[in-house]
Ligand binder design. Structure first.
Ligand code: CP
Length: 316
């Protein structure tokens, strides 16, 4: 694997191979010495043009646990604020010896541009681009679902027959897009639930069912309910119901959660708006996988960096 840019083009076999390597990495996390020498001598640059807590720290931990050197770049406080281009920024980092670049950018397609422009030689991982994709989030979500369902017998399995419901601000969610493609590739059935104004028209071409009725979707007893953050910062022009109406109609509040089967996993990629898309008690319940998702993210990102940066680089 040369780059990891999206899940839409990720094959079932490549996805399962990555999840299986993540299982090996998770086993390392359970050891007293959590480090592997695999990427000693390699340099990973975290190139973040947008804010992040989980993804940036997780990639840093993942790279360090594989013994890579890590350079953290944040657009805030850099020469980007003086107008420096993505090309010049990337080439500056390449000149410092980057073998891998993990990029988060507000523009959809920026990681693809970096990977295909010829500006740099490094392997590129998309850590979230605009409203397009966030592939490692979907992979860590799939890893979490697989582990909750199959425990230590997860290796080699897909998600055939799993029924997932993704709820909320689909319009702005790169997490939703990456999850729809990956879950479908792995055999799951996906239902999207959102206010009509927060569903992109492109969902007609997605491998997912669409409904506006959360209670009807929950009545189908799904295995997974994934709540999405309402992305207030991207809401320019989009009609957004007021917060109380949103929480009452599309939020997983205490009353609605009481109707959910006690085997249903409740997921959220974070950061959460507690009291808006998810009630605090639900987020902290044993059915919530929020903290597992964060922990699993390190193993999944170790697997991604391992596949991109260890050994010979393939052109695939
Ligand atoms: N889930 C996620 O991408 O979180 P951050 O924005 O904190 O990285």
């Amino acid at each position: 694997m040369r780059h990891l840019l999206d899940t839409r083009t990720l094959s079932r076999d490549d996805a399962i191979a990555l999840l299986d390597i993540a299982e090996d990495m998770a086993a390392v996390q359970d050891r007293e010495v959590k480090k592997l020498p695999t990427l000693r001598g390699k340099t990973v640059v975290n190139l973040f043009f947008e804010d992040s807590t989980r993804t940036r720290i997780s990639f840093e931990a993942a790279a360090k646990r594989l013994s890579a050197d890590v350079i953290n770049f944040s657009a805030k406080g850099s020469s980007v604020s003086k107008g420096e281009s993505l090309k010049d920024t990337a080439q500056t980092l390449q000149a410092m010896g980057a073998d891998g670049v993990v990029i988060r950018h507000p523009s959809s397609g920026a990681p693809q541009l970096l990977a295909t422009s010829g500006w740099i030689d490094a392997g590129v991982v998309n850590a979230g681009d605009g409203t397009h994709e966030h592939p490692t989030q979907a992979l860590l979500d799939a890893f979490t679902i697989r582990r909750r369902l199959h425990g230590t017998a997860s290796r080699g399995r897909d998600l055939d027959g799993v029924r997932g419901v993704i709820v909320g601000d689909i319009l702005h969610s790169r997490v939703a897009r990456s999850n729809v493609w990956l879950l479908a590739t792995l055999g799951a059935h996906v239902t999207l639930v959102a206010p009509p104004t927060l569903l992109p028209v492109s969902t007609a071409a997605w491998p997912a069912e669409i409904t506006y009725d959360l209670d009807a979707a929950l009545a189908q007893k799904p295995d997974v309910v994934m709540m999405l953050r309402v992305q207030a910062e991207r809401m320019q022009g989009a009609f957004f119901p007021n917060s109380r109406e949103y929480a009452r109609t599309w939020g997983l509040d205490d009353a609605r959660f009481a109707q959910v089967a006690d085997t249903t996993m409740v997921m959220h990629p974070g950061p959460m708006n507690r009291g808006l898309e998810i009630a605090a008690r639900v987020a902290d319940s044993p059915q919530s996988t929020v903290r597992e998702q964060v922990a699993n993210g390190v193993s999944v990102r170790m697997a991604a960096l391992y596949l991109l940066l260890s050994g010979e680089r393939s052109e695939a």
